[in-house]
Design a binder for this molecule. Structure first.
Ligand code: GDP
Length: 187
């Protein structure tokens, strides 16, 4: 694992990359661990808003997963939020090997303003993004189906939004294979 605090410390653009974004505590570390089938690789923590850097995970040189810092942390200062935006924006706009950004959204909460903000940024940068619902085991199947529909309607007219929304549970393993297939199709 490689932590990159400054953008000029990013690795060479020699492998395709997919990035993961989401509000703090959305379950990003847990999902990354489930995806690469390895616990302890992505740091899972109960301290939201702690990670302030980009973490890289190299999958045998074929692909790199990029863990973007969590956003929307309630106690983050205005300055921290601005810094986050600047870092993320620079990354999105300047990274030619970036194939897709997965925007993680908690199945219990749905899209929040901060998620929309990141989507606006991605629309502007013309980077394709795909919504991934997390912690699907926390809601009933009917509620999940409803959220998928509502979310799908909300992103329908966004220029860079991928139409397929995935529902996942890192805890139960639901939807992980499908998401992995989406990622593999990008290599
Ligand atoms: P991050 O801050 O986005 O990296 O989120 P974490 O992966 O650290 O998860 C935040 C909290 O949500 C932790 O308490 C996890 O155990 C819990 N969590 C993450 N994924 C799931 C899931 O699929 N199901 C359930 N029930 N809890 C989850």
């Amino acid at each position: 694992m490689l932590g990159v605090a400054e953008l000029d410390g990013l690795p060479d653009e020699e492998a395709p990359e997919v990035a993961f974004a989401g509000r703090s505590n959305v379950g990003k570390s847990s999902l990354l661990n489930a995806l690469v089938n390895q616990t302890g690789l992505a740091r899972a923590s109960n301290t939201p808003g702690r990670t302030r850097e980009l973490n890289y995970f190299d999958l045998e040189g074929r692909l790199r997963l990029v863990d973007l810092p969590g956003y929307g942390y309630a106690r983050a200062s205005r300055k921290d939020s601005a810094q986050w935006m600047a870092l993320t924006k620079a990354f999105m706009q300047g990274r030619s090997v970036l194939r897709r950004v997965f925007v993680l959204v908690d199945s219990r909460h749905g899209l929040k303003d901060s998620d929309i903000e990141i989507m606006e940024l991605l629309d502007e940068a013309a980077v394709i993004y795909q919504v991934v619902l997390t912690k699907s085991d926390k809601v009933k199947p009917t509620a999940l189906a409803h959220l998928m529909k509502v979310t799908s309607d909300k992103i329908a007219r966004r220029p860079a939004a991928h139409p397929f929304i995935r529902a996942t549970s890192a805890e139960k393993g639901d939807g992980i294979d499908l998401l992995r297939a989406d990622i593999n199709a990008l290599i």
